[in-house]
Ligand binder design. Sequence first.
Ligand code: ATP
Ligand code: MG
Length: 565
Amino acid sequence: MRLSQFHLATVKEVPADAEIASHRLMLRTGMIRKLAAGLYTWSPLGLRVLRKVEKVVREEMDRAGAVEMLMPTIQPKELWEESARWAKFGPQLLKIKDRKEQEFCYAPTAEEVVTDFARNELKSYKQLPVNFYQIQTKFRDEIRPRFGVMRAREFLMKDAYSFHLTQESLQETYDAMYQAYSRIFTRLGLKFRAVQADTGAIGGNASHEFQVLADSGEDALIFSDGSDYAANIEKAEALAPAAARPAAAASLQRVDTPTQKTIEDVAAFLKVSPQQCVKTILVQGSKGLVALCVRGDHEVNEVKAGKLAELPGASVLATEAEILAVTGARPGFIGPVGLPAEIPVIVDRDAAVLADFVCGGNQDGTHYTGANWERDARVTRAEDIRKVVAGDVSPDGKGTLQIARGIEVGHVFQLGNKYAEALDATVLDEQGKKQVMLMGCYGIGVSRIVAAAIEQRHDEAGVIWPEPMAPWRIAVCVINPKNVPEVTQAAEALYQQLNERGIETVLDDRGLRPGAMFADMELIGIPHRVVVSERGIAAGTLEYRARHEAESRAISTDELFALLG
Ligand code: ATP
Ligand code: MG
């Protein structure tokens, strides 16, 4: 590509709401331009990178035996009613009407449409297993679109859906997709980790997220330093406490804590450690309030709590008025001792092995010391309801847990029969009997990967693309202020030779000053750069610099070709 014929439009200033490096750099390089909240135009430069990612994803999906197709982005309401998601999906679903007042949505995902396709196309077990995929635009009306294309409203996703007769077959394809994803992110040159993920309402244990490691990532990842255990914090567990609860030694005493409401203040005031305190949170359950108790140094994990029988779905904190009505005290002074009998008390496993602990007094300005489970406070059930913390023992007993941050770029999930059952997608088995198919689904955020890669690979000067994602592998910069014909010819000849070798090359023939030209090529992250100048021609060399190296050096054309392979 000759830059004089391309549209490169780098910018110096970016809006203040571009908080993270990738968002700033995608705007500065001109890869994307904002159209409206969460909606971006991909410029010719940005599109080159997006297509590179798409290519690697497509090659690895094909290699893993998946078959590509393309489904519409506009989907009829009736299908979404069959899965009951028209009502359940929530405000992320963009609903639209046509001129006949018929309702549709813009695809946030495609389980319904692909299952409809499958129920019409697949009749026999002989057609299974099959794994359909597409690379198609999605729309989700995200509550807070941000970080540019990282969390956009319209974005490009690779979504695959596999169909099976048996769980073994589903597991096989799931494993193949896991391998394919590992290959994709390895080929793209990214540091990533596959972590166990929460399976939400569907249950089961088969879901992994692929996370690109970056400090700016929205997800907290937990991994063991002594084994391969890794999980999203929503799902992560620690080893259950080994020791049994010690016998009660102290007597229950109400003490004044006039202004001490937080665990830290109470613990400091009473000269105990937060580990010796119990924190109580009241949440709205399906049949009234529920008390959740964790150790003072721990936090409730809302995803785990949301799975309790008493709390279907998300847990919503009780209001101050509700708390006052049932306990007689304000938040900050709530505890498990003396709670009304109708309130279930769910105690975290680690809080359940405390004896002689401190907890709220259910009376403003007081706490209890010397409290003990069973003797003083009911335990409806002990369960794992807390967030793990760094330093916890890994659930497999090997190593301690560490925390890192990540950007979710892929997700593999065993759906089981959820959609096939709802949409009655069946095939005939070997006995000629109708069987509901099992499904897996496998997503990759193609456009998000572009931002995630920049987040991981950039410096002061700009992006440092891994070669497979770079818009071009090499930039040939021409310095020719006096328009010397030999310089133009030498640059053209080199450009031709590189093209003939199949090396994607950008020729910077815009006639800019060297400083401006180099700054642009560094900003847009071209992995290799050579300079063609009058001085170099006289010396018979090219000035070469790798994007990740600090210094440039003189090399011959042959050396350059050898270097580029
Ligand atoms: P998140 O937790 O980030 O909202 P999700 O769980 O909603 O993601 P999936 O439904 O699993 O995402 O979608 C598959 C992939 O699509 C994700 O792994 C992610 O890479 C990408 N993705 C999801 N939402 C967005 C978005 N708003 N912008 C860009 N990419 C997205
Ligand atoms: Mg989401």
